[in-house]
Write a protein that binds this ligand. Structure first.
Ligand SMILES: Cc1cc2nc3c(=O)[nH]c(=O)nc-3n(C[C@H](O)[C@H](O)[C@H](O)COP(=O)(O)OP(=O)(O)OC[C@H]3O[C@@H](n4cnc5c(N)ncnc54)[C@H](O)[C@@H]3O)c2cc1C
Length: 384
């Protein structure tokens, strides 16, 4: 067995100023009634206005080159901003995917024209993306996808459908993984490409999938003879699988994989402190020590990404353990306090508990299921 190495990151002193700046911004926003902290805010908390405000602060595309509207700051600085926003339950869902992975995808594989066109708009918090991977018969086995694009003059004609597409109803574009050559059973991952689909283009239909609560966060996206111009192909035709896999370390290792229920932990701790509930606080201290370990692992991966060190296996481990943690948080809170969870509750604790219970089944599915992640980790540590 190979040991997994994760660097220990000591946060540089100057980052404390940035953290204070973000905290003050959030405090002012809450005081002005701009948002109420909620669980799972990176997927469920949409506010175009809030995304634009973060763009004005320079907190989207922070690590990107200045010539594309970025801030040329470090991954660790970006980490601090995202962890503050997530722990405050701020509505960041609008720009989340574009900032986390579509922008970096364009930087790595896109053309100069694509970078100049998309990145400044994303950094201003004005251009949102969604992820078009899953299909009705292709989830964990993504290589089974059937959406296909056929070459025509000056572009591609796309047909197929995607499912569980988070935020497509609020997004402007979807990075769509599709087949541009028929499946070859000896190389199932070949012949796929990534196309940028304009979600307002003729032939695109977005149909909501409502949660049990009636809330609407994800969708089905149907594409019928959608024309995608050649300049909207990302990277090389046929290289879509490899390019998509390169996004995964960004997708799986960030603080959103263990902080989705942090606003609940925060509210719960405050309530226990107020009531002097020592037994409850003992339980919570155990939770916090787990959280601290996850955070150190995730910070280590942010450093590895900055240094260009491959981290897909450790990122899978963080996602597996982190999502299990944030899922359990909902259950732990329910056992410690006798508050009835309800999205309509008068108490904030009751509302946060309800949000975490209702959202938590998806935590260990989205971005790769637990079983799939454990397979990746197991294969990664076996020494040949
Ligand atoms: C809240 C939420 C948001 C999402 N957002 C998006 C999005 O924006 N874009 C997008 O493209 N997708 C999105 N998804 C879809 C998500 O990526 C898929 O649900 C996930 O990949 C699993 O695919 P599936 O649902 O088809 O389940 P399946 O692949 O059918 O799996 C069903 C069960 O079988 C298990 N299983 C499958 N294969 C194996 C195996 N080889 N070994 C062991 N166990 C296995 C799985 O672990 C799972 O428990 C989202 C999902 C959720 C819940």
């Amino acid at each position: 067995m190979k040991a997994l190495q994760i660097p220990v990151v000591d946060l540089p002193k100057h980052t404390e100023d940035l953290r204070s700046e973000v905290r003050q911004f959030i405090k002012d926003e809450i005081a002005s009634g701009s948002f109420e902290p909620r669980c799972d805010s990176w997927l469920s908390g949409f506010s175009a206005g809030f995304s634009r405000k973060l763009g004005e602060q320079g907190w989207i595309g922070m690590t990107w080159p200045k010539k594309y509207g970025g801030g040329e700051r470090s991954s660790i600085e970006r980490y601090i901003v995202t962890e503050e926003l997530l722990s405050a339950g701020a509505p960041v869902a609008g720009h989340w995917i574009a900032d986390r992975q579509s922008g970096p995808l364009f930087l790595k594989f896109g053309t100069e024209e694509q970078r100049e066109f998309f990145l400044p708009k994303i950094a201003k918090g004005e251009c949102f993306f969604s992820i078009g991977l899953s299909e009705p018969n292709a989830g964990s086995d993504l290589a089974a996808l059937q959406t296909r694009a056929v070459k025509v003059d000056k572009g591609w004609i796309l047909n197929g459908s995607k499912i569980w597409t988070s935020g497509a109803h609020n997004a402007h574009y979807m990075i769509t993984l599709c087949r541009t050559s028929p499946m070859n059973p000896d190389n199932r991952h070949g012949g796929m490409s990534q196309l940028v689909v304009d979600l307002a283009a003729p032939g695109v239909t977005i149909r909501p999938i409502h949660l049990m609560t009636g809330e609407h966060h994800f969708n089905e996206v149907f594409m019928e003879d959608v024309f995608v111009p050649d300049d909207m192909v990302v990277g090389e035709i046929g290289n879509g699988w490899k390019q998509g896999m390169a996004e995964l370390a960004y997708e799986r290792s960030g603080p959103e994989r263990f902080l989705s229920t942090y606003p609940l932990l925060n509210e719960l701790t405050n309530s226990l402190l107020e009531n002097g509930d020592t037994k409850g606080l003992n339980e919570v201290s155990r939770v916090i020590s787990r959280l601290w370990t996850l955070r150190n692992m995730s910070l280590g991966i942010a450093q590895m990404l900055e240094d260009g060190i491959p981290s897909n296996i450790i990122a899978s481990l963080v996602k597996d353990q982190g999502t299990k943690f944030e899922q359990e948080m909902a259950e732990i809170a329910r056992l410690i306090v006798s508050v009835t969870p309800s999205t309509q509750s008068d108490s904030r604790l009751g509302r946060l508990m309800a949000q975490s219970i209702l959202q938590s089944p998806g935590f260990t599915l989205r971005g790769g299921t637990t079983e799939i992640l454990r397979g990746i980790v197991a294969k990664g540590v076996i020494q040949k």
